[in-house]
Design a protein around this ligand. Sequence first.
Ligand SMILES: CC(C)(COP(=O)(O)OP(=O)(O)OC[C@H]1O[C@@H](n2cnc3c(N)ncnc32)[C@H](O)[C@@H]1OP(=O)(O)O)[C@@H](O)C(=O)NCCC(=O)NCCS
Length: 301
Amino acid sequence: MGFETRPYTGLADLWEMRRFLSQSRQITGLAPLWHPGDASWRLFLQSRDGDPAQNMNLWYAGGELAGFSGFYVYPTGRCGLDVQCSPQVRPLAEAMLDWAEQRWSNVPGGRLVCDSGVCELDSSFIDSLERRGFQAAGDRPAALLLTAALEPGLPAVSLPEGFAAGSLAGAEQAGERATVHRAAFESQRMTTQAYERLMSWPGYRPELDWVVRAADGAIAAYAQAWLDEANRCAEFEPVGAHPALRGRGLGRAVLQFAMRRLFDLGMHRVVVGPVEAELEPFYRSAGFTVHSRWLEFEKTR
Ligand SMILES: CC(C)(COP(=O)(O)OP(=O)(O)OC[C@H]1O[C@@H](n2cnc3c(N)ncnc32)[C@H](O)[C@@H]1OP(=O)(O)O)[C@@H](O)C(=O)NCCC(=O)NCCS
């Protein structure tokens, strides 16, 4: 089967990629393809660092979008790849891996890593990787995709006195929301200007940007949700709590508040991850269970 490929050109492509993921997940379920929210969030992060047109390609089969692939060179010299391939056009995954390895052959980096992890359930992709000399990195625990059903009778939200849950009203709150994100992730990179950009990004909706506020109005914890409306499946990305207010149940409370609202919005399920395995107790405390383990596959030369 012949494929056509071209570089990513901008937000119209991101909308198309989101539609592709949503349609494909009607066939695959929760894995191995990204939730549409992952496409929005990851391309937002990439666009903050550079131009996704340099490292992301869309792939077509019979004129229809059948997947997309990424190849990245990081300042450390490590290289990364992403493969998002239609379950109906599996040979395309080989063409995407050829494409990534061809790019890798032109740069000095000694390691090529499957960036968003490889789902343990995706045996045909694991076979392809192993045939090419990739190996699962055994030195750290697999990341976890977690999920929770949204149904009547979700737990009541329990907040310490003085705290209140809600969501953002709009772009005028970009600054305070960016501030707590920087604190939660100990990173200076999410500026107010960057957050304003995120707020205009495909799939972002301020009413899905849930927060718990302290009595003085400062944001203490947050959980941002993205919707896959066709599959009635939401995703949380990212989730954070201010370091000074951790361990008081605020992270769990913002998730539980958001889950009740997402159910009211017609969502039947929510996912998070793949996240570091050490976060499993946190998400379990909010009602999530593990869907699958995600391995880090890499090739070295
Ligand atoms: C993860 C995070 C949001 C937790 O927020 P928090 O407000 O401290 O969490 P809570 O107080 O609501 O914790 C609820 C439960 O999860 C557990 N928990 C919280 N963080 C945990 C962690 N990092 N590892 C293991 N368990 C954790 C708590 O012990 C608590 O358990 P309990 O019900 O038995 O008391 C916060 O630590 C954070 O912002 N981390 C940095 C950003 C991050 O990693 N985000 C998640 C990935 S997107």
